[in-house]
Design a protein around this ligand. Sequence first.
Ligand code: DHB
Ligand code: MG
Length: 220
Amino acid sequence: MAKSFGQADLRLGDWVERMYRPEDAVLREIRERSAAAGLPDIQVGALDGLHLEVLARAVGARRAVEIGTLGGYSGVCLMRGMTPDAVLHTFELEEANAAVARESFRRAGFATRTHVHVGAALDHLAEVEGDGPFDLCFIDADKVSYPAYLAWAERTLRSGGLCIADNAFLFGEVIDEPHGERAPVIRAMQDFHERLAHGGRFRATLLPTGEGLAVGVKVR
Ligand code: DHB
Ligand code: MG
């Protein structure tokens, strides 16, 4: 029997949230304070956050990079899964978002071990390479740069390290023929998958979360 990719019955998601309780008071406060500060409501979903925590724990992540900090929700999830001495370098384009994130890390107890870098990630990633090789890289920023972010992760992850990327379905557009003003970003996301799935450096899969969560283990 062919099995479906993901679940059509929304009640299953509700049930999983009740059973696994992905969002505690600290994360709820981050979500609410981010909204109050005017940040766009595009942080990872609660269960995506739990996936990040569990994946970080599974690889024993001690040094990680996040591209796309926003208000710090996903960064706190990652840090919760990482080792007690772990360091997270997280990159954020907007200073206003970074300020919200610093407060989130402070409230979650991670202020001294999280470093929020402000500016275009591609201009600043080289500054943290000395702290690598990294155990985990989470990509959740501008979608057109996903291939460049993956190329950086491919180079700086340790063997066995994880590259995780949100929005791997590109809001459903990843299956489209590149067209119109969205052509560059559609092409970029397709190139990202081509490289992750067939580039020879990762063994990868695509988890059917709402947004699509690509997960690759660096194998060479
Ligand atoms: C957008 C970005 C995201 O990373 C996401 O998870 C959802 C939406 C956006 O730019 O619209
Ligand atoms: Mg996202």
